[in-house]
Ligand binder design. Structure first.
Ligand code: GRF
Length: 189
């Protein structure tokens, strides 16, 4: 099975997913799609010999967008890992329940448009939450909205800054995202 990762940032999750599936007999990362030239994820993928496609907004949201390239790479599952654009209808229709995203909070709280990066953790801290966590969910046409596949929580400490909370959450993401993808791929077979 082919996994295409969509990422716009540093790519730490993409890196863990690539590592995890490097020796898998079930699946491999076949393509990385990125909308930000120069993003960290690009060099991570290139070092692994994984093809990278840099995409442009105008084409992404028009007609079939990049569907031909995504299909050409033998993509069975699309994994968003820090990808900040909405996913167009054409892609959702072409990959029904085969597009997933990870969000660094316990949805449905702290999700939706504009809820990304440090702002999510700042909001959790400002609200005085005792816990936060990660959510892995199917992608539909709204931000952070599809059915939830997996959630796990971690404590929020009195001494936390947005950075320390972000670090704790990143560790949860790195541990669980590859495992959830692995389970999903097994269920698709
Ligand atoms: C992750 O925290 C993810 O939950 C969010 O964007 C971040 C991406 O980080 N959607 P990285 O690029 O994988 O390091």
């Amino acid at each position: 099975q082919g996994i295409t990762i969509f990422a716009s940032g540093a790519g730490s999750n993409a890196s863990r997913i690539i590592d995890y599936f490097r020796n898998s007999t079930l699946a491999r990362v076949c393509l990385v799609i990125c909308n930000k030239p120069g993003a960290g994820v690009i060099s991570i993928a290139e070092k692994e010999g994984i093809p990278v496609l840099i995409i442009e907004k105008e084409r992404f949201f028009k007609g079939d967008g990049y569907l031909p390239e995504i299909r050409q790479a033998s993509t069975n599952l699309i994994v968003l890992a820090g990808f900040l654009w909405k996913i167009p209808h054409s892609l959702i229709d072409a990959y029904p329940r085969r597009i997933i995203n990870i969000h660094p909070a316990l949805l449905p709280k702290y999700g939706g448009r504009g809820m990304y990066g440090q702002y999510v953790h700042e909001s959790v801290l400002n609200a005085g939450e005792m816990e936060s966590g990660i959510t892995i969910h199917y992608v539909d046409e709204h931000y952070d909205n599809g059915d939830i596949l997996f959630q796990t929580a971690c404590p929020v400490l009195d001494t936390d800054s947005p950075e320390s909370l972000a670090n704790r959450i990143h560790q949860l993401e790195h541990l669980h995202y590859p495992l959830v993808i692995d389970d999903l791929i097994k269920s698709l077979q």
